[in-house]
Every structure is written in structure tokens, then in C-alpha cells.
Ligand binder design. Structure first.
Ligand SMILES: Nc1ncnc2c1ncn2[C@@H]1O[C@H](COP(=O)(O)OP(=O)(O)OP(=O)(O)O)[C@@H](O)[C@H]1O
Ligand SMILES: [Mg+2]
Length: 327
């Protein structure tokens, strides 16, 4: 592969916060047009890596090349202008805008007049050809993201899952060619998480976007990703096909833990015996029907302490990888 076959090339990137080495000489490549999952335990440095790629933190040496352009010394704005999109772990939107208004604002940077008059954008005055074109684009993105039913709802009326889809739609409105997604299923109800995988694949098909996806939900990330990159204490410990990575003893040890159900949900092999693959979404257990705004619950939490397996019991007490992976 030549260098242009890779949408993201990260070479020897390190980031420290005081004495904490959050990212430690990380090197990896993401092929153009691929979805690559970024997995690792809490505190492994995944979000910090995204911050370094998108320019929100300064790296100590190393290089970040996006679509063949060295962006190491560019500002976040310049990187975004050149097609690097980023969603954040905690989506922040204006609750008092409707979904359509929110997306219209997201298109603002593509529309000269609205660039100088954001009030018009918010008030939705359909007076000019330019604005009509924004209307059309809002309609397109609403259609692509399946947000038709929420178009005129206020953002603060939406479930966490729907808000995260609106946040993703806002990022997509900037037409990125490379998209960094930080835990898009975070805080979502189970059925919303199940819908996220097909949505990401649809977005990829429609836009050809390359995606680097941080995700703790193993069925979701293994289901959509062409490859996985596993990170531990800031270091890339493995990159490869999802099944190879989730079967690797280092990844099982560092992230998936010893809880058989977690390993099984990842599609990994344990004790020489093949466990079931990442479940087909429709075959997932539906023991609890969560409210739209409720956080999804892992089966492990429904068990009593007496019946819970050791890894899951420990995970309940502190926020361990096993617990997060079990969600
Ligand atoms: N702004 C900061 N100041 C100081 N330390 C930080 C800061 N941000 C992150 N860290 C530390 O850097 C390390 C990596 O954190 P990071 O948020 O990148 O991990 P993560 O893999 O995204 O974790 P999670 O899965 O919980 O989101 C952790 O030890 C964290 O405490
Ligand atoms: Mg994070």
C-alpha cells in the first residue's frame, strides 16, 4: 500500500499529563475507507489519542498524517477544515433548538450568509436560495441518519441515544473524510446501541468516510470494524482483524478479562474452545426493555453478588475493563 492508501497515519505519538504518560509512542495506520475499532481499558489513552490526532493536545514528537497531509503542527480548526471530523465522549448540544435547527447551525460554516448571521440560521428564515439549499441538506442528513421522527423536536426532549445520533449528524454535516468517534454508544439504551452498528455502516456506505471508532460495546465494535487496534497504558499492543485481536491473549488479559460471558460477547476463543461469535443484533437477549432514556444494563448487574462471577463482581466495585466491556 502507498501512503495515500491510508487515511490516518500515526507515528511515534506520545502525550503526557504531568507525570502520567497517557499515550506512549503509539504507531498505527488506518486504511482509507475502513472502519477501525479502537479498544482498551478505561484510562488506556484512547481519548487522548483522539485529542492528539485532532490537535486538541500537543504531542511530544511524532507525526499525524491525514489523507497524505502532515497535520502534526496544524490547529484543530485547520485539521477540521481539511476533512477531519470528531465526535466527543460527552456530546454537547443546545437543548432549546430543534433537531432541524441544530443541523442547520451545523451547516453554517458552508453557508456564507449564515456565517455572518447565525441568528437567521436559528430562526430558520427561508428567504434565499442559499438557505433553501441548506434546508435540502438538512433534509438529506435527517434522512441518512433516520432522524425524520425527531425533526421538529427539541434536543432536550430526546433520549440520550437520539441526542448522540444528532451529534453524529452534526459532525457529518461538515462532510468529513475521516471521522473519529469517541464511544458513540455511551449512555445509550440497549436497543439504541443495537441500532448504532447498522447506522455507522450506512453512513460509511453513503459517504465513503474512514472511521476510527472508540467503543466499549464489543458486539458493536467487532460487528462493524474491518480491523481493531488494542491500546493498553498508552501503547498499541495489537492491530489486526477483529477476531484475531479479540482472541489474542494479551488483549484478553488486558481488556476482556476472565469473565467468560464478556469474552464470548467479543467473539473470542477461550480455553481452546470457540465461544459464540459477536451476537447477531436481533438475537441479543431482551430480558429488560429499557426506557428510552435509561442507560443500558449489563446482564451481570442483574445477578446477585453470590452468583456473580469473580471478574464481574470486581468490576462492579471499580470501573474495570471487564465491567465496561460487559455493558
Ligand atoms: N486532562 C487530563 N489531565 C490529566 N490527566 C489526564 C487528562 N486526560 C486524561 N488523563 C489521564 O490520561 C490517561 C488516559 O486517559 P484517557 O481519557 O485518554 O483514557 P481512555 O482510554 O479514553 O479511557 P475511557 O475508556 O475511560 O474513556 C488516564 O490516566 C487519565 O487519567
Ligand atoms: Mg475516553
Amino acid at each position: 500500500m502507498s501512503t495515500t492508501d491510508y487515511a490516518i497515519e500515526v507515528t511515534d505519538i506520545s502525550v503526557s499529563y504531568g507525570g502520567v504518560r497517557a499515550v506512549d509512542e503509539a504507531t498505527f495506520k488506518v486504511p482509507s475507507g475502513a472502519i477501525v475499532g479502537f479498544i482498551g481499558p478505561n484510562g488506556a489513552g484512547k481519548t487522548t489519542m483522539f485529542d492528539a490526532i485532532s490537535g486538541f493536545v500537543s504531542a511530544e514528537g511524532g507525526r499525524v498524517v491525514i489523507n497524505g497531509t502532515d497535520m502534526t503542527n496544524m490547529s484543530p480548526t485547520e485539521r477540521a477544515r481539511r476533512g477531519l471530523g470528531r465526535s466527543f465522549q460527552d456530546a454537547r448540544l443546545f437543548g432549546s433548538l430543534t433537531v432541524a435547527e441544530t443541523l442547520a447551525c451545523a451547516f453554517e460554516r458552508h453557508t456564507k450568509r449564515w456565517g455572518s448571521d447565525p441568528v437567521s440560521a436559528m430562526l430558520w428564515f427561508p428567504v434565499r436560495k442559499q438557505e433553501r439549499s441548506v434546508h435540502a441538506r438538512v433534509d438529506e442528513i435527517i434522512d441518512l441518519m433516520g432522524l425524520g421522527a425527531f425533526r421538529d423536536k427539541f434536543v432536550n426532549e430526546l433520549s440520550t441515544g437520539s441526542r448522540r445520533v444528532v451529534d453524529l449528524a452534526c459532525v457529518m454535516a461538515h462532510e468529513p473524510s475521516v471521522l473519529l468517534l469517541d464511544e458513540p454508544s455511551s449512555g445509550m439504551a440497549q436497543r439504541e446501541t443495537e441500532a448504532m452498528g447498522p447506522l455507522l455502516l450506512k453512513v460509511k456506505d453513503a459517504t465513503g468516510c474512514t472511521m476510527l471508532l472508540i467503543e466499549h460495546d464489543m458486539p458493536l465494535v467487532t460487528g462493524v470494524s474491518d480491523e481493531l487496534i488494542a491500546l493498553e497504558t498508552g501503547r498499541v499492543i495489537m492491530q489486526g482483524k477483529p477476531q484475531d485481536v479479540t482472541n489474542d491473549p494479551r488483549v484478553v488479559e488486558a481488556y476482556l478479562g476472565t469473565d467468560e460471558r464478556v469474552v464470548a460477547r467479543s467473539g473470542a476463543i477461550s480455553n481452546g474452545r470457540r465461544k459464540r461469535k459477536a451476537p447477531v443484533r436481533t438475537a441479543k437477549p431482551k430480558a429488560v426493555k429499557p426506557k428510552a432514556t435509561a442507560k443500558k444494563k449489563a446482564p451481570a448487574r442483574k445477578k446477585t453478588t453470590a452468583t456473580r462471577k469473580p471478574a464481574a463482581a470486581a468490576a462492579k466495585k471499580k470501573k474495570t475493563p471487564a465491567r465496561r466491556a460487559a455493558r
